[in-house]
Design a protein. Structure first.
Length: 421
């Protein structure tokens, strides 16, 4: 391996001044947004570091283009490059709905064991929002990335596999609750102690590192008692056993209230807050979705399972202006591997029209720069984006809702950002 490869030493990334960063442009609008991202990141790095640092981009193939040129949507050399170079970024990739082909995004996460899907959500000045006070939304979602329904363990109705699985359920496990067995498809939802623990551990570490006031475990444990209920129990156990001197949990609050009364519990909570301890709490998923609209300021860091995290991420993004400005990353904090990505789809209806909003992948690139320790370059890009929004200059999806908004093409918006750096 050459000297331009990012390595990890004692749990910390070692980033050279000219790291090789692999990227996948993506399908549909991917080519356009990736081109914008490359231009803006290169300009910001050059401006901030004056030539002392630069990124050596390495293009990889996946998706439709890879299938045409390599005969497979996810070539082994693409996977290997992400393994070798450790940190990369990608545009959206197409996965047909309802067909047998596995999601390429899920495949990358599974193959590299990128167990955290990290989705920060905040409001940017100048962006129209359906909320009266969007500035109160400032959350970071830690979505478990390798288990739950997204593990892809399922069988289609009418197949021998589905019939065999149903036979096992009834004859071996005594299950009698499948209402229409002959026309049912089946899925399995694995949730483990280990998967839960490393996800919650990452969320609490992040809260400690950033000074966040709370970590909320979001689950549906009132119904799925052993999977999502297990997530809640195991999450609290991590907090109370591994971070006893840094957190105060609402389980501890409940125990004090039961033995010494509510006043004593409130006093203990107030003392914990005064000491700067992180409050670890939990909430049922449907209540959480309501609460984030009514009192978003009550939530900071969110730890949740895979499917819940998918719903939550998109709702929170809509609250601050839409998924077009929602960044995301898939990370393994143990090995240092991370793939940053646009969180939206391929949008084939507007591909090639020079109107797509590149901010999702741009802000994901900001996350990547921060992950590498190049915070100054990331902050410069964020300021440039917010300045453009405050001036009412954005792509059409955002500009049409802004007061005095000016709709720019993708390339013109990119030019404007570079001028704002």
């Amino acid at each position: 391996m050459n000297e331009n490869v990012i390595t990890i030493e004692n749990g910390t990334l070692a980033v050279p001044d000219e790291p090789v960063i692999p990227y996948i442009a993506g399908d549909g609008v991917g080519e356009e947004i990736s081109a914008s991202m490359l231009r803006v990141v290169d300009a910001a790095v050059a401006k901030v570091y004056g030539g002392k640092r630069k990124i050596c981009w390495k293009e990889l193939l996946a998706g439709e283009r890879a299938e045409k040129e390599e005969g497979t949507p996810l070539p082994e050399k693409t996977l290997q490059a992400f393994k070798d170079y450790r940190v990369g970024i990608k545009g959206p990739l197409m996965t047909p709905v309802g067909e047998g082909r596995r999601s390429l995004n899920v495949a990358l996460r599974q193959e590299l064991d990128l167990y955290v899907c990290l989705r920060p959500v905040r409001w940017y000045k100048g962006v129209s929002s359906p909320l009266k006070e969007p500035q109160k939304v400032n959350m970071t979602i830690f979505r478990e990335n390798t288990e739950d329904i997204y593990a892809g363990i399922e069988w289609e109705q009418g197949t021998p596999e589905a019939e065999k699985f149903y036979e096992f359920l009834t004859k071996e496990m005594g299950v009698t609750k499948v209402r229409f067995p002959k026309t049912s498809s089946f899925g399995v939802k694995p949730v483990s102690v280990e998967g839960t623990s490393r996800l919650v551990r990452s969320a609490i570490d992040y809260a400690v590192r950033t000074g966040a006031p709370s970590v909320t475990l979001v689950h549906k444990g009132n119904i799925m008692k052993f999977t999502e209920g297990g997530f809640k129990r195991w999450g609290y156990r991590v907090a109370e056993t591994e971070y006893a001197d840094r957190v105060f949990t609402m389980q501890q609050y409940a125990a004090i209230a039961k033995t010494a009364g509510e006043d004593a519990a409130r006093k203990a909570l107030d003392e914990a807050v005064g000491q700067g301890r992180i409050i670890v709490k939990d909430v049922i998923a449907d209540a959480f979705l309501q609460n984030t609209l009514l009192s978003p300021e009550d939530y900071s860091v969110i730890a949740t399972l895979n499917l819940n995290g998918d719903y939550i991420s998109d709702q929170l993004a809509a609250m601050v202006g839409g998924i077009g400005i929602a960044p995301g990353a898939n990370i393994n904090y143990r090995t240092g591997h991370a793939i940053f990505e646009a969180t939206h789809g391929t949008a084939p209806n507007i591909a090639g029209k020079n109107v797509v909003n590149p901010c999702s992948i741009l802000l994901s690139a900001v996350m990547m720069l921060e992950y590498m320790g190049w915070n100054e370059a990331g902050e410069t890009i964020t300021r440039a984006i917010e300045k453009s929004f405050c001036e009412g200059k954005a792509t059409v999806d955002l500009a049409r809702f802004m007061d005095n908004g000016t709709a720019l093409s993708t390339t013109s918006f990119t030019d404007n950002l570079i001028n704002n750096l």
